[in-house]
Design a protein around this ligand. Structure first.
Ligand SMILES: NC(=O)C1=CN([C@@H]2O[C@H](COP(=O)(O)OP(=O)(O)OC[C@H]3O[C@@H](n4cnc5c(N)ncnc54)[C@H](OP(=O)(O)O)[C@@H]3O)[C@@H](O)[C@H]2O)C=CC1
Ligand SMILES: O=C(O)C1=N[C@H](C(=O)O)C[C@H](O)C1
Length: 272
């Protein structure tokens, strides 16, 4: 049963996480959406508590639950920055509840993506490895530059993130790699070179290389390097505040209200 208030009701999953807390604050401050649910995994210390109090502030009237389906059934959208196994489960439940599912989770593999695609037959899913305007614009620029240059220009993607990040290459790096491959007219899967270590041999012409740095509290930095003999082009995005991802996700949740079931990305949302 849906809530009757005019603005879309939103459930945030993984509310105790870095992105979860950022999303909660953004939605509570928004006059375009309402927070109607907060989901954590069974056994989490926040279950049964008021979300605001669990976050160390004033009560907000939303009790943290592990019953995702019941929460989703009261919502028009679910914003989900958690982990691959949880996201696949949430995709099926959001589809059952006919709620828009905004997926920011990265590290998704083919088996996860297939299940998300299946769920998108019944509901709107917006998924992107990076929800910021800047990075999505950078994917467009990357595609354009890759299209203009031939394989004499080696493409390398270097990313840096905080010490707690669990997946590599980052979702953003893969988005940028896909954009470069598209511009060059090749399949990334056939030319991806990540995790160099030891006697690797010389670089394969036409490959797209990935390197990952992990340390400190880096929010997210990405360089797309086009390196030729005698010159180099570097396209760079630096995130200094996770609010850019949260704002993009909320925008996607609102945009998704008017769409037909299917799988979308931030390029669709932003109209880039
Ligand atoms: N697309 C984008 O723009 C961005 C994507 N991300 C991605 O979002 C994801 C989360 O990042 P971040 O917030 O930094 O990570 P955190 O580890 O801080 O947060 C993840 C949260 O999800 C929770 N969670 C995991 N499994 C479940 C479950 N089954 N049910 C409910 N909650 C669950 C975790 O709880 P617990 O601690 O109990 O495991 C945790 O609270 C990552 O994949 C990251 O790469 C991050 C920023 C931007
Ligand atoms: O885990 C993070 O923090 C981030 N993850 C996303 C990614 O994998 O690219 C987006 C952003 O860079 C922050």
């Amino acid at each position: 049963m849906s809530d009757t208030n005019d603005t879309p009701g939103i459930v945030v999953t993984g509310t105790s996480g870095r992105m979860g807390q950022m999303l909660v604050r953004l939605i509570l401050a928004s006059d375009r959406a309402r927070l109607v649910g907060a989901v954590e995994r069974p056994g989490h210390a926040w279950i049964g508590r008021d979300l605001g109090e669990a976050m160390g502030g004033a009560p907000v009237g939303v009790t943290v639950t592990d019953d995702a389906l019941a929460a989703f059934a009261r919502a028009q959208a679910v914003i989900d920055f958690t982990a691959p196994a949880a996201t696949v489960e949430f995709a099926a439940l959001a589809a059952q509840a006919r709620a828009v599912h905004v997926i920011g989770t990265t590290g998704l593999e083919a088996e996860h993506l297939a299940k998300i695609k299946a769920a998108s037959r019944h509901a709107v899913i917006v998924r992107a490895g990076n929800m910021s305007l800047g990075v999505n614009l950078l994917t467009r620029i990357t595609r354009q530059v890759a299209q203009a240059l031939d394989a004499d220009w080696d493409i390398e993607i270097v990313e840096a993130h905080h010490r707690m990040k669990v997946d590599a290459p980052s979702g953003t790096a893969l988005m940028l790699g896909e954009a470069a491959a598209e511009g060059r007219g090749i399949a990334l899967a056939d030319h991806r070179d990540s995790g160099r270590d030891g006697i690797t041999g010389a670089r394969e012409r036409g490959d797209i290389g990935f390197s990952a740095i992990r340390g400190g509290d880096v929010v997210g930095e990405h360089d797309v390097i086009f390196a030729a003999d005698g010159e180099r082009i570097v396209l760079r995005h630096i995130a200094t505040d996770r609010a850019i991802f949260a704002r993009g996700a909320l925008r996607a949740a609102l945009w998704g209200q008017d769409q037909k079931p299917g799988e979308y990305d931030m390029i669709d949302v932003l109209g880039l």
